[in-house]
Ligand binder design. Structure first.
Ligand SMILES: Nc1ncnc2c1ncn2[C@@H]1O[C@H](COP(=O)(O)OP(=O)(O)OP(=O)(O)O)[C@@H](O)[C@H]1O
Length: 302
């Protein structure tokens, strides 16, 4: 497994304000990584440290073995700010070409690179158009194409779906998922549920303190979990679920939502559970294999 980022005891103070507090984590090459947390949690500070825009107050940070900001990382790590804009005056191809030029690519290479990244984001046909001719979601995809010029190993996207309607937001998530072989993405967001579907590793920051989670993990210390969301309130759900065969423990994580710890046997627990819901006349909204990310972060009960 290739380690791309290593942080050890990383802290950042702005005067008396501690924005990151003794943060340690590793990011391996591969599936997208989520960086989630409320406003002021320290996400932008961590992004800025990774890009080498600011220096840590203490601790160690290395990106592919180098100090962030070093020349060796040029073209290997890119960051797309939330408010990345396209210039309305120029065609998409012209602008991508320009970014290639800024990276020192020769004319022929950057032309090829422009065509390659546009194809990656499924927008080859808009090369000659200007940003105003495109939908909001397409413009976002163009900015992601821009971040892919020169095939960086790490692409950091700040709030990639902010301001997009649900359909365009889904398109962007699907795009990132399909590009996971091209680069390791680090995505920041306030929205836990959106990144839960996309990322396996979740870095959760709150007031500068980091906790790490595995999204969609259905096992933990050899315990197996399933999360059941019901459509409406029913009586005695917790007790009835606790009485099911092979169930060790049940708790209500929020209204109409139950986390069930069970013993794995040859019988498929999820099928048995759905049959039980049917027998009880309970309508279910969702069955999640494992804890929802929200439960992992906010409910430490299990
Ligand atoms: N240049 C600065 N000077 C002083 N304090 C700062 C500076 N930049 C950030 N902070 C403070 O550090 C903390 C972390 O800020 P940061 O911008 O990293 O959080 P964030 O998680 O990115 O928030 P948001 O989601 O609102 O962008 C906040 O309390 C913020 O007010």
């Amino acid at each position: 497994m290739t380690v791309l980022i290593q942080a050890q005891g990383l802290s950042k103070n702005y005067g008396a304000k501690r924005a990151l507090d003794n943060v340690s984590f590793e990011v391996n090459k591969g599936a997208p990584v989520a960086l989630v947390g409320p406003n002021g949690a320290g996400k932008t500070t961590l992004f800025s440290l990774l890009c080498g825009y600011i220096l840590p107050s203490s601790g160690k940070l290395s990106v592919m073995g180098y100090t962030p900001g070093s020349a060796a990382l040029f073209g290997k790590l890119t960051a797309l700010p939330q408010d990345a804009q396209l210039d309305p005056r120029f065609s998409i191809a012209h602008q991508l070409n320009f970014y290639g030029q800024l990276q020192g690519l020769s004319g022929a290479v950057r032309k090829k690179e422009t065509a390659r990244v546009l194809e990656l984001v499924g927008l080859s046909e808009v090369a000659k158009q200007r940003p105003d001719d495109l939908s909001h979601g397409m413009r976002k995809r163009v900015t992601i194409a821009q971040a892919l010029i020169s095939s960086p190993e790490i692409v950091m996207l700040d709030e990639a779906t902010a301001g997009l309607d649900p359909i365009h937001a889904r398109e962007v998530r699907e795009l990132v998922s399909s590009l996971s072989n091209e680069a390791t993405f680090i995505l920041s967001s306030h929205d836990l549920t959106e990144l839960e579907r996309l990322c396996s590793q979740v870095l959760h920051l709150d007031k500068g303190v980091l906790s790490e989670h595995q999204a969609r993990s259905s096992t933990q210390d050899n315990k197996h979990f399933i999360t059941l969301q019901l459509n409406q309130h029913y009586d005695d759900v917790e007790a009835k679920l606790a009485g099911l065969a092979h169930v060790h423990h049940v708790y209500m994580s929020q209204a109409k939502e139950y986390v069930i710890e069970f013993e794995k046997t040859a019988e498929p627990f999820d099928i048995n559970l759905l049959q039980f819901c049917y027998q009880q006349g309970w309508q279910y909204r969702q069955l999640v294999n494992g804890h929802t990310l929200e439960n992992q972060i906010f409910h430490k009960e299990s």
